[in-house]
Design a protein around this ligand. Structure first.
Ligand code: GLU
Length: 559
């Protein structure tokens, strides 16, 4: 059985509730969202839940509103009432968090712009906790790999954060702290707690597995200092010398056996050029930075669990109090993990148009498609701190976004790949349609209909030939081929309603992930500004991407 009886009942209840709140029609995406929020463990079985929701929605949407109400009243009378909109459910309280004293940080490597997995967890969890406890949120750019660091990424990351409304209280750039790392390294070498290891990576790997010491490990602090200075002076090749922490080579966890602290790289760094050729490794620099900035809580992905262990060693070594660390699970969305190096290649070979190509899961591509800051924030809160990996579908993200953009998106008639038809027997007139069906205060939009120049989407035109249908707001027509006959204005129950465009109109281009379609829209679209979301009736939501004379370019969001 795909879902249990109890789960099915839960789905039925939310379906009825959603239908009652929305004029008798439940929206599957919204129902899935509610069910998941109620029973988060169901996230692991999205496909089952989705299937069940689809089937229940079909049944419920066939019922009359009073029938739906009667049923919900019987099943769960409390759900009849609309709950006052809570601002946000918020995140769970943190152990040991003191108001005004929490310091968190988001620490991306500036190798490209932010992507969806960044937004869903490390960005929002760290930011929201800092705000919840009126503490401090730091953006730390981890640019200690001179080769992988990308000059533009510093700016991109800050732009992306700004777009989701995340304002760091402080920005730290690691490459500005090289002297601090060097001081700390020297301190450890002088204390005999770190040494310069001259093994090749391969050789050390072998020793590590056999739990044996590197031959240089036993040398005196003076000898190590000499090699350290030689490293700084560029006397070694890359990979020839690394500084390691002296731990216990028999530790059951191999990552804790003499972990590396600093290495040599002669790459040209986008900020500091070739000034440095010894670079700290992530764990060493991270521990020093977290301590230096007084970070109290670290929230990061589970894939860093072994790093957390190494950093603990560093803290112990320096005699510092470690921060409270949560290693949360991953949020998986199908096709949402594209590697920076892949994206770079696609950009270079023209597979995608840039970092904001709507095909990509980068934050900027999603913004361009009309996903809103609130959507990411809401999903991050819903997923919370769970340590298990969470699998969600695009429909979850779209479901949340739909709720966010729907009230904002004015309605516009548009036809894609248009076909011109000529309607006989009707006079030109101006039709009035609501700007937004739920907000009468926004008024009406006037659309001129010139019967001899009516346009339908090619798809509609194809299926509607030899049929009678209603051109929304205008009247009923019978379509022969390119000619149609006007059949009056009477509303006929069950008759298909079709959108149309006439003259004047505005040319549009709709960029969808797989293709770009050309079309026409009613003139009211030119009132939308770049960044606005509109609903192209029956096509879906889209964000205005660009406006040039006579052409509005939109990027498709979702249905
Ligand atoms: N630069 C690391 C990353 O992007 C930071 C991890 C952390 O310590 O939070 O994964």
């Amino acid at each position: 059985m795909a879902v249990s009886r109890m789960e099915r009942e839960l789905i039925v209840r939310y379906c009825l509730q959603n239908a009652i709140f929305y004029k008798g029609k439940a929206n599957p995406g919204a129902v899935i969202g509610k069910v998941m929020a109620d029973q988060p463990e169901l996230r692991k079985r999205v496909a089952d839940v989705k299937k069940e929701v689809m089937s229940v929605v079909r049944i419920v949407n066939r019922m009359k509103l009073d029938e739906q109400e009667k049923r919900l009243k019987k099943l769960a009378p409390k759900m009849m009432k609309r709950l006052p909109k809570k601002k946000s459910r918020g995140l769970p309280e943190l152990k040991g968090a003191v108001n005004g004293k929490v310091v968190t940080r988001f620490a991306p490597s500036p190798t490209g712009p932010l992507s969806l997995p960044h937004l869903l967890r490390p960005v929002f969890i760290n930011y929201l906790y800092a705000r919840k406890y009126k503490g401090k949120f730091i953006l730390r750019l981890e640019d200690t790999d001179p080769v992988k660091t990308l000059k533009e990424a510093y700016k991109w990351i800050q732009e992306d954060l700004k777009r989701v409304g995340v304002r760091p209280d402080k920005v730290v750039i690691k490459s500005q702290h090289m002297e601090l790392y060097y001081r700390k390294a020297e301190e450890l070498i002088k204390r005999g707690r770190a040494y310069v290891c001259l093994c090749s990576a391969e050789k050390f790997r072998g020793l590590k597995l056999k739990k044996e010491h590197c031959p240089e490990r036993g040398r005196s602090a003076e000898e190590n200092m000499k090699d350290w200075k030689a490293m700084l002076k560029g006397k070694f090749y890359e990979g020839e010398a690394v500084v390691r922490l002296k731990t216990d080579m028999s530790n059951p966890n191999p990552v804790l056996r003499d972990p590396p602290l600093l290495r040599i790289s002669y790459g040209k760094h986008p900020k500091v050029g070739t000034r440095y050729n010894v670079w700290p490794l992530y764990n060493f620099a991270c521990a020093i930075e977290d301590h230096d900035q007084g970070v109290t809580h670290v929230f990061r992905a589970k894939e860093h669990e072994h790093n957390t262990a190494v950093q603990k060693l560093m803290y112990k070594e320096f005699g510092w109090k470690p921060p409270f660390v949560v290693n949360f699970g991953m949020i998986y969305l199908p096709d949402s993990k594209a590697h920076i190096r892949d994206i770079k290649r696609w950009i270079a070979d023209g597979t995608v148009s840039g970092w904001d190509d709507p095909k990509l899961p980068t934050a900027r591509a999603l913004f361009r498609r009309g996903f809103q800051a609130e959507t990411f924030r809401e999903l991050a809160i819903t997923c919370g701190l769970s340590k298990t990996d969470i699998r969600i579908g695009w429909e979850n993200l779209e479901g949340i976004n739909r709720k966010v953009v729907d009230p904002r998106a004015n309605r516009v008639m548009a036809v894609l790949d248009p076909v011109e038809i000529m309607v006989h027997g009707a006079k030109a007139r101006t039709v009035e349609l609501k700007v937004h069906p739920d907000f009468p205060k926004r008024g009406m939009r006037k659309v001129k209909a010139v019967p001899h120049h009516m346009y339908l989407s090619r798809h509609d035109w194809r299926v509607l030939r030899k049929h009678e249908f209603r051109l929304i707001g205008f009247g009923n027509v019978y379509l022969k081929d390119y000619q149609a006959e006007y059949r009056g204005d009477k509303i006929v129950k069950g008759m298909q309603k079709v959108q149309w465009v006439s003259r004047p109109h505005v040319r549009i281009k709709l960029i969808m992930p797989e293709e770009t379609k050309e079309g026409l829209a009613e003139p009211s679209i030119s009132k939308a500004k770049v960044g606005d979301i509109v609903q192209l009736e029956r096509t879906g939501f889209a964000r205005v991407d660009k406006k040039t004379k006579g052409l509005v370019t939109l990027v498709f969001s979702h249905k």
